[in-house]
Design a protein around this ligand. Sequence first.
Ligand code: ATP
Ligand code: MG
Length: 394
Amino acid sequence: MKRVILIKYGELTTKKGNRNFFIKMLYQNIKSKLKNFDVTIFKDRSRMYIEFHEDDLENIKKKLDCVFGIHTYHIAYIVDTNIEDIKNLLRELVIDLDFKTFKVETKRSDKSFPIHSQEMNRILGGVVLKNKEGISVDVHHPDLLVKVEVREKNSYIYFNAYHGAGGYPIATQPRALLMLSGGIDSPVSGYLAMKRGIPIDCVYFEAIPHTSLEARNKVIELSKKLAKYTNEVHLHIINFTKIQEEIYKNCHPSYCITIMRRMMYRIMERLLDKYHGLAIVNGESVGQVASQTLTSMRVINEVTNVPVLRPVACFDKLEIIDLAKKIDTYDISILPYEDCCTVFVPKHPVINPSLEQAKKEEDKFDFSLMIDEVVDSVDTIVVKEDEEEFSDLL
Ligand code: ATP
Ligand code: MG
């Protein structure tokens, strides 16, 4: 009995004009995710089918769980589209299954197939009842749901459904740059942006010797977790030490964080040009810290016109933590190594900064050359999806 993986697209179905483009991207993404497996992938307008070797199934499922654009998938038995073959297959399949109640649901996509769905349900229900003792039909809460899809050449029978990652296939939107700190919020934001189909590069602002290599490794490990949803991500490391020291030397302590974040945004805008990105993504969440009040965000955001996506802007911390656990970044994020923001946090950061004062603080030193310098000397690491856990950090 031959099985295939049958993939349902979900959200793509809302995209009328772009449908083929979305399906093509999903196809390419699945193909590249499964490049190390001996599989054959077929696609049509509503389904994708993967032929696979049974030994690989569990590993293939793990990969598919990280492909955005898959709504659900099923491990389906495949048979020629003719009623006798379908009946025979179902008869063989139910013999080994353990259930007391069942229901058959047929979807007839091939409208030239002469038997209507309701009639198929009745015929196939009869086949099950005849070949199994002590069972009955229950249309509301069956132990076993038998799904049958009748398509032109082949038909499919399956009993299971696995949830896919949802969202849109990566690369159906242009690239964005994720500000990735070692915290809880930014990896979750990166995940949510990717789920909308946005490929991301990560950017980490580092202030060695004030921050440690462990802090950098943490960000690399977080990037690996995000790379699971593509195949690799580029992590751009920005040497922020000099700029940060100048800020702390020249600006009033209460404005240091505001100015520091304005500098980050200026650098991000330059990096978008350099790496062909269209938007900044970050983990800001309204009200979480002094630099994330609406007044602060307004003053910080003033330095740029590029779109800034803040996927967790209106999430509660607990909701963010739940997602961080789900995508397996939480345990890395809570490791104690400090990043450049935490090292320099002043005792009383301004909660409602004024734009005028922020500009005055910035007039106290010349930062434009320093920005050129860091943009010209970015250190980029290509981080690949990794099966090994980060045991050496714990
Ligand atoms: P996180 O939990 O993601 O660290 P946070 O609540 O600690 O966020 P902040 O430190 O104010 O908040 O940072 C807000 C956002 O700015 C972060 O989510 C991240 O996107 C970005 N950011 C902060 N520090 C850095 C850094 N060192 N490198 C890159 N991005 C940073
Ligand atoms: Mg942080």
